[in-house]
Design a protein around this ligand. Structure first.
Ligand code: NAD
Length: 312
């Protein structure tokens, strides 16, 4: 399949390497100039489950997209950060024809409202991924462990293409699944990010340390209840007990000593966070629906205050 990946950071690199290896015709597009230069000069590199891999894939900056005239990808996969999505798609919109499909697997909520500006509902695919990925530096990813992808066409049409993507991802070893309810999966995953990522970042601790605090259970249940109250307004009935159990399991599992991505973005790399698309989205949606979300509001404000203090 002809695939353009827009946003070639940690996760974009994972998908690029796996889809390239299984024989797809890829083009990479990224907005971080040192990353574009590194990939162009040395190839896209990764520590892939302990093995050094390099792939030579054409790469363009967002400013160079006009050089791609005539490429016409069948699928564009978005892997920017949430807050970069709109500006990135504004720059690559010339690549989107009525035949192009766009797949969004970003964490957080509300991405469909952004992407609807650039692609028809029936050509939009939404979902989540449980793969993980890190970036050691420009052009160099660290890729460990296993994961999966869950996706579905957003509009009523587009199922045939979504199933084609499932086949292509399957060949790449990305463990995809066509699901009936991507909105549920997106809200459920946002609950994980809206509890673990945020609280570890505010408390400066890893997942296991958070779980050891006496307050964790109360915090988690209250935050999940706020997500559920707002999700219900959108017709998504989150199973709060199951979501709580899912988050609680991480306190004792393989990732207990892991610092979540928001922690790494904010406290380690002093980068902006995706908070406005997670707890911030619950706060804003709650305002629209008349649902009080005091914990999500405070968490969003605290993360923004930390961004300000760190000058990001
Ligand atoms: P990322 O920050 O690694 O990359 C996103 C974009 O930021 C890329 O264009 C990249 O080139 C750029 N970038 C990276 N480091 C930069 C720096 N230091 N300065 C300037 N620009 C930089 O993000 P990601 O981890 O690939 O995540 C993409 C999306 O996938 C997000 O919505 C994220 O929440 C989601 N996601 C990530 C993971 C994961 O394990 N990484 C897991 C599930 C979902």
């Amino acid at each position: 399949m002809k695939i353009a990946i827009v946003g070639v950071g940690a996760m974009g690199s994972r998908f690029a390497l796996m889809l390239h290896k299984s024989g797809n015709d890829l083009v990479l597009i990224d907005g971080w100039q040192p990353n574009v230069q590194a990939i162009r000069q040395q190839g896209l590199q990764a520590d892939f489950n302990g093995k050094a891999v390099t792939a030579n894939i054409p790469v363009y900056s967002l400013e160079e997209v006009d050089q791609l005239q005539g490429y016409q990808p069948e699928l564009i996969i978005a892997f920017t950060k949430s807050y970069q999505l709109d500006s990135a798609f504004a720059k690559i919109k010339a690549l989107i024809t009525p035949q192009t499909y766009v797949l969004c697997l970003l964490n957080g909520m509300g991405h469909e409202s952004i992407l609807k500006k650039y692609v028809d509902d029936n050509h939009l695919l939404l979902g989540i991924t449980m793969w993980t990925a890190g970036l050691a530096g420009p052009g160099h990813a660290t890729l460990f462990g296993n994961g999966n992808v869950e996706l579905k066409n957003f509009g009523s049409e587009g199922k045939d293409f979504a199933l084609k993507v499932v086949d292509v991802f399957n060949d790449a070893g990305l463990c995809p699944k066509y699901i009936d309810d991507p909105k549920y999966a997106i809200w459920r995953k946002a609950c994980v990010n809206g509890t673990l990522n945020t609280l570890c970042s505010i408390l400066d601790c890893n997942i296991g340390e958070l779980g050891q605090t006496q307050e964790a259970a109360d915090f988690l249940k209250t935050i999940i209840a706020e997500f559920a109250a707002v999700a219900a307004q959108e017709g998504v009935n989150l199973d709060q007990a199951e979501v709580y159990q899912h988050v609680d399991e991480t306190f004792h599992g393989d990732i207990a000593d892991h610092y979540p991505s928001m922690y790494q973005d904010l406290l380690k790399n002093h980068r902006k966070t995706e908070i406005d698309f997670i707890n911030g989205a619950v706060w804003q949606k709650g305002k629209e629906y008349g649902v009080a979300t005091p914990y999500c509001t405070l968490i969003t404000q605290l993360i923004h205050a930390k961004e300000e203090l760190l000058g990001v």
